[in-house]
Design a protein around this ligand. Structure first.
Ligand code: ADP
Length: 677
């Protein structure tokens, strides 16, 4: 039957319809919710990090409150210590105070307990402060009875300047004086000896005086007078070694608070002591350490002076601040350096709450009492007003290592982002796979539908032909025997075509199910091909097309299923004819190659584009273009060819150029093949 144009349903070449729907469904159910989730997750992340900061800040706020409570209870403990010490029997001992107070007292300038009874100031421990602004009013050991002869001796010394007589008089007095009066007489004697330029004797007298129990003479302790005079004598003599020794001892006694003097006297003697030390080149290390000790005690002394003038809780100093814990009746107070409290309390209070916590506590007037103010507001800093011991304070705390908190936040964010990224990639990959699979399934479904409709059309035209020809013959309308023969021949040809079509479909179905079986036998290609050509030629002769065969003799034998291979070659020839409209010749060439034979089917037809060449061996595939619309076909022929050739361990390849024609070459190995399926 000629290739009469058949009406075929318009073939959908693209998947735009279902594809668009698919994209739509995809966007609606996966991408849109995915994007939504992504945005939502990012928002949650941002909120998370804000929340983490907020939590840190809240925790710091709580900590600040707790620190306030801690400070309050510490203050209460110190106030209790003062109260109980104020009411204790005298003399006080260090054990009268809680341990931490005792520790503060033990440090030079660390702390002092002051109390007032009968208008007399009591300082504990002795030597904690170096001076008081009011008179110390210590119990002065006045001579137990007026010294008879003292006035006379003094008159000899001062008014008459009769030093030898005065010296004698003093010495006589010394013999008769009691312990309470001896220092006074000895001091007068030493003084007069000095005036008389009997320096050695004067020094001896002062040394004796130094060793006596001290009494106050003219507002100064007698041993202080003796030590100062010994320094002065050594200085006058230019005896640097002696001066160094005396001056060190004197300055040490001053700096360690051996004498509680009034302020002007202390400052005067301290100045003198330092000058002597420097003049005699006292060893720098020792001097500096004494000087530092004195500095700390002086600072505490100034704080005490301030406090006594104006009792209050915080006493800001030049370098150090002091806190005062006090009791009103009887008046008593503990003054303690903020430095000491800082190292004992403050660090403990901070570190017990939060690792690496830093902070500063400001007194009401703005000075930092504990901790040092940060140069700039640190991250996460929390500031709080506190009221401790009825005094307003300002507390600022902040984490010493905010990087830790940031790192924590960052770590959580990175983790969440990684997971989000992972889910996104997974979603994208899953979506891609789904789209691919669905697309392929759609394509196959479409191809199957196409196939059914194409096959129906393929069947219809030969059947119609057979039906018409048969009908005419049956009715006896054709009487000419020659015509009758021609009609019968056409019926046979159409039936062959139908049979081939059915065979192709059955082959394909077997192939699809993996049931196609081959019977391999030794096959001599030359005669086999030569027989194939006229069989096929007679089918197409009606169209005026001929097969020009070029089959050499003696091609090497192959192992093949002759019927299957014949169907493959016929399919190629069929295509060559179908896709060469207007051309009257197709070619079949065979040749021997190394270890193989080659069978090539060539035409000068429409050719196949490079793009289509990649797919023509796929099942159901039909190239784009007019020719495919005009020419019947189910897209099965070449996939069958490929399957058959592959079963023979061979290959099939296509060379084609659009408009010039195509050549399909089957290459089959000559080695015997034993295969069954
Ligand atoms: P069909 O039944 O469509 O011929 P085939 O599997 O035999 O199916 O071929 C697949 C497609 O390859 C054809 O639709 C056609 O577009 C193209 N094709 C096959 N052989 C040729 C040829 N000789 N010349 C041009 N195109 C061809």
């Amino acid at each position: 039957m000629p290739n009469s144009p058949v009406r075929r349903p318009a073939r959908p070449r693209s998947l735009r319809g279902p594809g668009q729907r698919l994209v739509g469904v995809f966007a609606l159910f996966i991408l849109l919710p995915g994007a939504f989730l992504g945005v939502f997750a990012l928002r949650v992340l941002r909120q998370e990090s804000q929340l983490a900061r907020q939590r840190t800040r809240e925790s710091l706020e709580r900590t600040a409150e707790e620190i306030g409570r801690d400070l309050d209870s510490e203050f209460r403990r110190w106030n209790d210590a003062v109260r109980s010490a104020a009411s204790l029997e005298r003399p006080l001992v260090v054990n009268s105070f809680p341990e931490i107070v005792g520790q503060a007292f033990a440090e030079p300038g660390g702390g002092v307990f002051l109390s007032m009874s009968d208008e007399r100031l009591e300082v504990f421990p002795a030597g904690a402060i170096l001076y008081v602004s009011r008179s110390p009013a210590p119990a002065q050991a006045a001579p137990s009875q007026p010294l008879v002869g003292l006035a006379e001796a003094e008159s000899l010394e001062i008014a008459r300047k009769n030093y030898p007589s005065a010296i004698r008089a003093y010495r006589n007095l010394l013999d008769s004086a009691d312990a309470g009066s001896r220092p006074l007489v000895l001091q007068r004697l030493a003084r007069t000896l000095r005036k008389a330029s009997r320096l050695e004797e004067a020094a001896g007298a002062y040394r004796d005086l130094r060793h006596l129990d001290a009494v106050w003479i003219g507002g100064l302790p007698s041993d202080l007078i003796a030590q100062a005079e010994l320094c002065s004598l050594a200085s006058e003599r230019g005896d640097t070694a002696d001066l160094a020794q005396e001056a060190t001892a004197f300055y040490r006694d001053l700096a360690t608070g051996k004498w509680l003097l009034d302020k002007p006297r202390y400052l005067y003697y301290s100045d003198l002591g330092r000058t002597w030390c420097r003049d005699s080149r006292v060893e720098a290390g020792e001097f500096n350490s004494l000087h530092a000790t004195e500095g700390r005690r002086l600072a505490l002394s100034r704080a005490a002076e301030n406090f006594l003038d104006n009792p209050r809780t915080v006493l800001p100093g030049e370098d150090l601040a002091y806190l005062a814990f006090r009791n009103t009746d009887p008046f008593a107070a503990i003054l303690v350096s903020a430095d000491v409290l800082g190292s004992r309390w403050w660090q403990r209070i901070l570190s017990s709450r939060w690792e690496d916590l830093e902070g500063v506590l400001y007194a009401a007037e703005g000075s930092a009492v504990f901790g040092s103010p940060p140069p700039a507001t640190p991250p996460f800093a929390v500031t709080r007003d506190l009221r401790i011991d009825d005094t307003p304070w300002l507390l600022q705390i902040w984490p010493g290592r905010p990087e830790g908190i940031y790192a924590d936040i960052r770590q959580k964010r990175t983790l969440s982002l990684t997971m989000l990224g992972f889910v996104t990639v997974l979603l994208a990959f899953g979506s891609y796979l789904t789209v691919r699979i669905v697309k392929r399934e759609l394509e196959i479904a479409r191809l199957r539908a196409d196939f059914v409709s194409t096959v129906s059309h393929e069947f219809r035209s030969p059947l119609t032909g057979i039906r018409q020809l048969g009908g005419m013959l049956l009715d006896g309308r054709v009487t000419d025997p020659e015509k009758q023969r021609g009609y019968f021949k056409m019926i046979v040809q159409e039936s062959d075509r139908l049979a081939r079509l059915v065979e192709n479909i059955l082959d394909f179905s077997r192939m699809e199910e993996g049931r196609r079986e081959y019977r391999f036998e030794p096959l001599d290609p030359s005669p086999w091909l030569r027989k194939l050509v006229p069989d096929f030629g007679s089918e197409i002769a009606a169209n005026g097309v001929t097969v020009e065969a070029n089959i050499p003799d003696g091609l090497p034998s192959i192992s093949a299923d002759g019927q299957a291979l014949g169907s493959a070659v016929r399919n190629l020839l069929d295509n060559a004819v179908k896709y060469s409209p207007g051309e009257k010749t197709v070619w079949l060439d065979a040749e021997a190659a190394a270890g193989a034979i080659r069978i090539a089917v060539r035409d000068r037809g429409v050719g196949i584009s490079e793009q289509d060449q990649k797919h023509i061996f796929d099942r159901f595939y039909r190239a784009e273009g007019d020719i495919s619309k005009r020419v019947k076909g189910a897209g099965l022929g070449l996939s069958l060819v490929q399957h058959i050739v592959a079963a023979h361990d061979g290959t099939v390849e296509c060379r084609s150029r659009v408009g010039e024609g195509s050549t399909f070459t089957i290459r089959l190995p000559t080695a015997p093949v034993k295969k069954g399926g």
